[in-house]
Design a protein around this ligand. Structure first.
Ligand code: GLA
Length: 759
């Protein structure tokens, strides 16, 4: 049973046999955090693990060292999980006007099979009730009537707990919610390293990894979106934990707006981990009877190192966050025209590119920015979602029909949340753009953001976008978002509710996504925000894949894709081969190297295919054919980052990277090895593989169309034991210094086929 309540001990034990999470109703009826980690026996009474009272208070029974959903003002001086203000005071007389102290106490609980829906926001889900159990724990602040309902869902198959909170005003006075974390966890010691994913445009998902220290550490976004600068997740690993061994836990927020994820280490070495909506600038008015739901956070745990932890997130997000027809479907190999033409294209050019892509084996042609209004550069037309007649004389419908007649599907780029000042939409509705009257409107990429918190704007977008989608055979949408939100303010909200602005934006965005994905269930949506500035679990709930970065350089991509893989599955990562010199870095990398990096994700090409030489065309045909033959493994297999002695803290400051993916049934595995920079007289080393069946035999071969080395092939290929491959590994870097394969950017793919497994 995943959730047990021990009435005598007043203890809730949430466990799936591998991960246990234990909380208890304390003497004073507040909830204490008891334990989170490797499974403990279900029937135990773990009161000896209880949090201790904070010493020093002579008559205060309210302050404990570890709380489940802490408040402050009562003797716990750390950052709280939530904060409320009582703008109308308490009781009949409105006493304690404006105060913030609150005394939530256990009221009741419910345990039931399955997982309830979360209205208005994406969340993990179950398909059958036996996949999970849910605990709803209701706390009450008697003086105000505020109810706080903590939701916990323990999954049986995935080593994780979904957590969220509902606030419900059962009193008769307004309450202002000023902070509402989705998850707070007081860990009994601080011997952890904190891992974050940070970056910037074109260099997203840099892995930061540093020991916890006393005080605060963490990340946040106040940009209106999760941001390329910070991804809404934190991981704690034991200092001794590696990719494949040791304890790690991670918290990831299913949300696409302002967030905070932090850890506070106090004077007792207790580490408080929190994740939720960024409280900075946030408030929400709870009138009598009103409720507020936080977004959902996922707390995952593994004893199998960072790979083990990542795999929990990958499996949950792939199977029980992503939805719809594309959740389990193999994703098409696409050709996107952006880096091939930028804004400069004609219908004729697009048709040539589409025909060429089809000949190479691509299945989908994506027309990127520049097809609408009068858009010939990034100065105009966002908001005018009708065809650019000079470029597309027969409109999107005419072009889409011609493309599909060639035998390749058609996809389209949109950026619905935006408006250029130079657009018909802005001229008609200047007040739809987010702004503060009397203040300057900041332009970024020459554009403004529409106030998605206003239902009439969401309705308008739904109508115009539906009209395009209905008018043409469109199978794919790339939904972009190319700026942050400045001058946060909604002219539609009263002054006291301006703190709701950012969250209302996100709810409006989700509303539009919900409408369009329901109305067009066959369309594959890919999210994008100047690359990976909104690559988050919130959008994965609608768009099962996302564009990770505008940086298409294969070396950079090693680092970006690897960073993203800490949380996100390969099926969510758009990965494109682009032309050289690379448009972001000017680097020259060989075509096989570029392809072998993009194979680990959803493969696409982003270039002008008509410019390929005959030799390149043949190579690309073979790449696409190979990828299709192994696509299920690449997109849906179990992914491992393989540590090697040549690796730095992340791949860009190492000289070598290696990845591995194993098919669901274990029958095949593919190992990609990437030498970044060469140095002379390199010592050979063994790369240990992971996740194989130790007692099975595997036939090891190399992908002959790649840039394999004869030496590596001779030294590694043949029948090998799974145990041998994991304990001793492949022998690499054996190319002698006269070998032509000894240069920079040399990659190989090893294929492992389990003996006796059917093909
Ligand atoms: C963003 C995207 C790119 C491309 C351009 C088009 O930068 O990340 O992939 O679509 O917009 O303007």
């Amino acid at each position: 049973m995943p959730i047990l309540f021990n009435a005598a001990a007043k203890q809730f034990h949430l466990s799936n046999g591998s991960f246990s999470y234990i909380i208890r109703i304390l003497e004073n009826l507040s909830i204490g955090q008891v334990y989170a980690g490797a499974a403990l026996r279900p029937d135990g009474n773990y009161s000896l693990l209880d949090p201790l009272p904070f010493p020093g208070f002579s008559n205060n029974d309210k302050a404990f060292t570890r709380f489940e959903y802490p408040v402050n003002g009562n003797g716990d001086f750390r950052r709280p999980a939530f904060t409320v203000r009582f703008p109308e005071g308490l009781g009949e007389g409105g006493e304690a006007l404006g105060s913030t102290v609150i005394e939530p106490r256990y009221k009741s609980h419910r345990i039931y099979a399955g997982k309830p829906e979360l209205s208005g926001m994406p969340a993990a889900y179950t398909e059958k009730d036996d996949e999970a159990e849910t605990l709803e724990l209701e706390l009450l602040d008697a003086a105000s009537g505020l109810k706080i309902i903590l939701f916990y869902t323990m999954f049986t198959q995935y080593n994780c707990l979904a957590r969220r909170v509902r606030f419900s005003n059962g009193g008769n006075k307004k309450i202002s919610l000023e902070n509402a974390m989705s998850l707070s966890l007081d860990l009994p010691d601080s011997r952890w390293n904190l891992i974050t994913l940070t970056g910037a445009w074109a260099r997203e998902f840099d892995i930061g990894d540093a020991p916890l220290r006393t005080g605060f550490q963490g990340i946040q976004s106040s940009r209106g979106i999760s941001g390329a600068q910070t991804n809404p997740a934190v991981i704690l690993r034991r200092p001794s934990a590696t990719e494949n061994e040791g304890e790690a836990l991670g918290a990831s927020l299913i949300y696409s707006g302002n967030f905070i994820a932090d850890v506070e280490v106090d004077q007792w070495d207790i580490a408080r981990l929190r994740i939720g909506i960024n409280p900075d600038g946030f408030s929400w008015e709870l009138a009598e009877g009103a409720i507020f739901d936080t977004p959902e956070a996922i707390l995952a745990w593994s004893a199998r190192g960072l790979n083990g932890l990542s795999q929990v997130f990958h499996e949950l997000y792939r199977n029980r966050l992503a939805r719809g027809a594309w959740r389990d479907a193999e994703r098409p190999v696409l050709l996107n025209n952006w880096e091939g033409t930028y804004f400069n294209f004609t219908e004729k050019k697009i048709l040539e590119m589409a025909a060429s892509a089809r000949d190479l084996g691509a299945e989908l042609f994506v027309l990127d920015d520049g097809w609408f209004g009068k858009r010939d550069d990034d100065h105009s037309s966002l908001g005018d979602w009708f065809p650019h007649k000079e470029k597309l004389p027969e409109g999107v419908a005419g072009l889409a029909k011609k493309v599909t007649a060639l035998g390749i599907k058609f996809g389209l780029w949109i950026e619905p949340e935006m408006v250029n000042p130079d657009s018909d939409l802005y001229r008609a509705h200047p007040d739809w753009a987010i702004h503060i009257p009397q203040r300057q409107r900041t332009e970024q990429r020459n554009q403004y953001v529409l106030d998605m918190g206003r239902p009439e704007i969401v309705d308008h977008l739904f109508k115009v976008l539906s009209a395009i989608l209905e008018s043409a055979p469109i199978s794919y949408i790339k939904w972009d978002m190319n700026r942050f939100i400045t001058e946060p303010y909604s002219i539609a909200l009263p002054p006291r509710r301006q703190g709701e602005f950012f969250h209302r934006y996100v709810l409006g965005l989700y509303d539009l996504y919900t409408g369009l994905t329901k109305a067009f269930p066959e369309i594959l949506f890919e999210s994008c925000a100047s690359g990976g500035a909104r690559f988050d679990p919130g959008l994965l709930g609608f768009a099962p894949q996302g564009w990770l970065s505008d940086d298409t350089d294969a070396v950079e991509r090693l680092s970006i894709q690897e960073g993203a893989s800490l949380i996100y599955p390969l099926s969510s990562m758009g990965a494109h081969v682009s032309a050289i010199p690379n448009h972001q870095t000017s680097r020259l990398t060989p075509l096989p190297f570029r392809a072998m990096v993009s194979f680990f994700g959803c493969l696409g090409y982003e270039l002008d295919p008509t410019k390929f030489s005959a030799e390149e065309r043949e190579a690309v045909k073979k790449q696409i054919a190979f990828y299709k033959a192994h696509r299920r493994t690449f997109q849906y297999g179990r992914f491992f980052r393989l540590p090697s002695p040549l690796r730095g803290r992340s791949n860009t400051n190492g000289r070598f990277a290696a990845w591995m993916v194993i098919s669901d049934d274990g029958a095949e595995a593919i190992v990609g090895v990437y030498k970044i920079l060469s140095n002379p007289n390199q010592r050979p080393f063994r790369l240990k593989l992971a996740g194989l069946a130790g007692n099975a035999d595997y036939q090891v071969t190399v992908w002959e169309e790649g840039g394999y080395s004869e030496e590596d092939k001779n030294l590694n290929c043949g029948g090998r034991g799974g145990d041998e491959l994991m304990q001793a590994g492949l022998l690499l870097e054996c190319t002698g210094h006269h070998s032509p394969k000894n240069g920079d950017f040399f990659s190989e793919l090893f294929l492992l086929r389990k003996q006796g497994a059917s093909k």
